[in-house]
Design a protein around this ligand. Structure first.
Ligand SMILES: [Ca+2]
Length: 371
């Protein structure tokens, strides 16, 4: 214990040595993508092949919930994110996104709202409140993380949704007449907030919040209410960004990554006037998925306020220390759960503990217990 008396670095190392114990809450989930939290300790989980289930507090899996819309499952597509309304205990609303097929062919990311029946047995009153335009034939880069916005410390009734560039439509990310490679912001009924940055601009889709993104599979609010995302780079150059209204995050004009097989992307540059720099980038890519700030003190002071990001590629949970205030820099990164498989999602539960989903045909819901 006397080690703690030394520098902050040593204190952090000690906490890491003490580590956490990962406790299996549930198993037998097929490629789970997202976990959200229901009243009475229950969980709401999506599986990419097109199922949503309630998991009981004791880990028992409920049957697939009836009521989902048609989902275009394949490749990276399927049933992806789910979040519950900030007032779910009263209104039972949940929001989920998925790959939606067009009758004419192709697909895109769609966002739906539904009410979870009081007995948790089915989804009711399902409404598709947003569909990414245009539909395009691709099984890649759906983006699809949902976050409810906040103002003055309270949920503000808007939803941020991340949208991928569909891989081969990367040039669209620089244009405002489509939803490829964008963050969009809508109201819960699907209408467009009047204060969105491109409302009223000719030729621009009014749902767009920020653009020049690639494939964003992580998004969250920081404790100060700011909106954070991460996105996959091409080969290297995964990024963390704090998307601001109307700003251009550069893809594919600037990137710290390379073409697959080598060679510089685009103009081969990493910076350009008018294009935003990421807060942080990873070379090589970690293939990030899931993103959460830890606001609770359950794991001690060293972890409070840290950012957690899953790595699909290397199979670990990344604990990220940031300088203060939050709009600063990444100071240190620490690997947790190494060897435990691809990490698809991470969230803080209402109990202040971290929950993780592993991505495999036999995926698991894990709870991290401090020790
Ligand atoms: Ca960028």
């Amino acid at each position: 214990m006397f080690l703690v008396a030394f520098s902050g670095w040593v204190a952090v190392s000690t906490a890491q040595a003490q580590g956490v114990r990962s406790e299996v809450v549930a198993t037998g989930l097929q490629n789970p993508w997202a976990v959200s939290f229901l009243p009475q300790g229950r969980f709401l989980v999506t599986e990419r092949p097109g199922r949503m289930r309630v998991i009981e507090a004791d880990g028992r899996l409920g049957p697939p919930l009836p009521g989902l819309p048609a989902i275009d499952v394949g490749g990276q597509g399927g049933l992806l994110d789910v979040v519950v309304d900030a007032d779910v205990a009263a209104n039972r609303r949940v929001y989920f996104c998925y790959s939606e097929a067009a009758a004419s062919g192709g697909n895109s990311t769609a966002l739906a709202s539904a009410a979870l029946a009081a007995d948790n047995s089915r989804l009711e009153d399902v409404k598709v409140i947003f569909s990414q335009k245009p539909k395009f034939a691709s099984s890649a880069h759906f983006g699809c993380r949902i976050v409810e916005g906040s103002k003055d410390g309270k949920p503000d009734g808007t939803l941020f949704l991340t949208l991928g560039d569909r891989y081969s439509r990367m040039q669209d990310a620089q244009k405002l007449d489509n939803h490829h490679g964008k963050v969009v912001r809508i109201n819960k009924d699907g209408s467009v907030p009047r204060d969105n940055p491109f409302v009223g601009r000719a030729g621009a889709l009014p749902e767009i919040w920020s653009y020049g993104h690639r494939n964003l599979q992580g998004a969250t609010l920081a404790p100060d209410g700011s909106y954070w995302t991460h996105e996959h780079g091409p080969q290297g150059g995964d990024e963390i960004n704090l998307p601001q209204p109307g700003r251009n995050y550069g893809w594919p004009v600037i990137t710290y990554g390379e073409n697959y097989g080598g060679g510089k992307m685009g103009e081969g540059i990493t910076a350009k006037t008018g294009l935003e720099q990421p807060l942080h980038y990873w070379v090589p890519s970690i293939a990030p998925s899931g993103m959460a700030f830890l606001s609770s003190d359950k794991y001690g002071k060293a972890w409070q306020g840290n950012l957690f990001v899953g790595s699909l590629k290397f199979g670990y949970l990344n604990r990220i220390e940031l300088n203060q205030p939050f709009r600063g820099k990444v100071m240190r990164e620490h690997k947790l759960l190494e060897g435990g498989g691809r990490v698809r999602d991470v969230r803080q539960g209402p109990d202040g503990l971290l929950y993780v989903l592993t991505d495999s045909p036999q995926g698991r819901l894990l709870r991290l217990q401090p020790q």
